[in-house]
Design a protein around this ligand. Structure first.
Ligand SMILES: Nc1ncnc2c1ncn2[C@@H]1O[C@H](COP(=O)(O)OP(=O)(O)OP(=O)(O)O)[C@@H](O)[C@H]1O
Ligand SMILES: [Mg+2]
Length: 356
C-alpha cells in the first residue's frame, strides 16, 4: 500500500544524519576524496582530464535512463561528421549541461533556481520547466506500482525548492558537506521538480556541490557508474527515507559511493598520467621529427582523433596534421580506422583505461 506523505523541509534532525556509523564512514570518504583532489592537480592538461572523465559520466548517467550507447559508437559519433542518433544526442546534452553548471559555479559561486532550470533544460532539450500540472508519480518499472508521489502543487514545489537552495548554498554550522550532499540529493529527487530529467539534473548538482565546497577543483567525480551497479539499493534506500525517514543507510550509501568512485578515479588518473608519460617518451625517441608535447597531450582530449581535430587544436596545416597522425600510428601510439570516407585515429589504450 502506498501512502502519500508530505515531503518535509530541510534540515532533518541532526541525530539522524550524524550517527556513529556515518561519522566513521565519513573519515574514509574524506580521505579518498582528498586524494582525488590532490592527484587531479598534478595532471598537466586539466581540460584533457575533464573531457575524458565527463564523457564517460555522460555515457554512464544516460544509461540509468536506459539510453545505452556503446563506448565505441559514442566516440565514433563524436569524431565523425553527420547526424547523431537520439541516444548520442542525450549523452552530448548531458555533457553540455555539466559544463554549463560548472561555468555557473565558477562565475558566481552559488546556484539560483533559474540555473537549475537551465541545466535541466539543456538535458531534456525542452523548456517545460518546473512542473505545473499534477499527476507525476514514480512507478516501479516492472510492476507499474506507484512507489512515490512527489509534491503536486507548483506552489509547494517552489517552496520546497527555495528551502533546498538555501541549504545547498549555505552549510549549517559544523555539518559535513559530504553528509549534506547526501541529504540534498535525496531532497532534490523527492521534490522531483521537473517532468523528466530529475535524476540526471540531481547527479550534476552533486558534482557542482563538491566544487562549491572546495572538495574538488574540477568536475571529475561522478557517481553514475556506482549507482548503475547498485541501482536496486539506490531506489530502495530513497524509498526508505520517503516512508520511514531512515537517513542512516541512505547517507552511508552515498558516502560509500563517493569513496569507491574517488578511489577508482584516482586509479584511472594515475593510469592516464602513466600512459601520457610513456607516449611522450616514445614519440620523443621514435618520432622526433614531428614531436611536440602539445600534440601528444591533444590526443588525450578525445580518445578518437582525426586530421581536423589536430588542425584545430594545434593551428597547423592539414598536410602536417595528416603526417603527424600517420607517423604516430607507425610508432604504435594510435591506430587508424576507416569510417565511411574519413580516417579516424584511435587511442586504444586510453579507451581501455576509461572503460573499466
Ligand atoms: N522512491 C523515490 N523517492 C525519491 N526519488 C526517487 C525515488 N525513486 C526514484 N527516484 C529518483 O527519480 C529519478 C528519476 O527521475 P526522472 O525520470 O525525472 O530522471 P531522469 O534523469 O530522466 O532518469 P534517471 O535518473 O533514471 O536517469 C531517479 O534517478 C531517482 O533519483
Ligand atoms: Mg526520465
Amino acid at each position: 500500500m502506498h501512502h502519500v506523505k508530505k515531503l518535509e523541509k530541510l534540515p532533518p534532525q541532526r541525530e539522524k544524519v550524524e550517527t556513529l556509523k556515518i561519522l566513521r564512514q565519513l573519515g574514509k570518504t574524506s580521505n579518498a576524496l582528498g586524494e582525488l583532489k590532490g592527484i587531479a592537480k598534478i595532471i598537466p592538461n586539466q581540460s584533457m582530464l575533464i573531457n575524458a572523465v565527463v564523457l564517460q559520466e555522460a555515457k554512464d548517467s544516460s544509461e540509468i535512463e536506459n539510453i545505452i550507447t556503446t563506448q565505441d559508437e559514442l566516440y565514433r559519433a563524436l569524431t565523425t561528421t553527420g547526424k547523431y542518433s537520439q541516444e548520442i544526442k542525450e549523452v552530448i546534452n548531458y555533457r553540455k549541461a555539466i559544463f554549463l553548471g560548472n561555468d555557473i559555479i565558477k562565475n558566481q559561486g552559488f546556484l539560483r533556481l533559474k540555473d537549475i532550470e537551465k541545466i535541466q533544460s539543456e538535458i531534456v532539450e525542452n523548456s517545460a520547466g518546473i512542473r505545473s500540472l499534477t499527476g507525476t508519480v514514480l512507478k516501479n518499472d516492472k510492476t507499474g506500482e506507484i512507489v512515490y508521489t512527489p509534491p503536486q502543487e507548483k506552489k509547494e514545489i517552489l517552496d520546497l525548492l527555495s528551502n533546498f537552495l538555501e541549504h545547498f548554498n549555505t552549510l549549517q554550522s559544523d555539518l559535513s558537506p559530504l553528509i549534506n550532499l547526501a541529504i540534498l540529493h535525496y531532497q532534490f529527487e523527492s521534490i522531483h521538480p521537473f517532468y523528466d530529467g530529475n535524476g540526471r539534473t540531481g547527479r550534476i548538482l552533486n558534482i557542482l556541490y563538491l566544487i562549491i565546497n572546495n572538495l574538488l577543483d574540477i568536475p571529475i567525480l561522478y557517481l553514475s557508474s556506482y549507482i548503475n551497479e547498485n541501482k536496486k539499493e539506490y531506489y530502495k534506500l530513497l524509498n526508505r527515507v520517503d516512508t520511514n525517514g531512515s537517513w542512516e543507510n541512505w547517507i552511508l550509501y552515498i558516502l560509500k559511493a563517493i569513496e569507491s568512485t574517488s578511489l577508482n578515479t584516482v586509479k584511472k588518473i594515475t593510469s592516464i598520467k602513466e600512459l601520457l608519460e610513456k607516449d611522450l617518451l616514445l614519440a620523443q625517441e621514435k618520432a622526433s621529427k614531428i614531436y611536440k608535447k602539445e600534440l601528444i597531450e591533444l590526443l588525450f582530449e578525445q580518445p578518437y582523433s582525426k586530421i581536423e581535430s589536430i588542425v584545430k587544436g594545434l593551428g597547423v596545416e592539414r598536410k602536417a596534421a595528416s603526417r603527424y597522425l600517420k607517423n604516430l600510428e607507425e610508432v604504435g601510439i594510435l591506430k587508424s580506422q576507416k569510417v565511411g570516407r574519413e580516417t579516424i585515429y584511435i587511442k586504444i589504450k586510453l579507451i581501455d583505461i576509461l572503460k573499466d
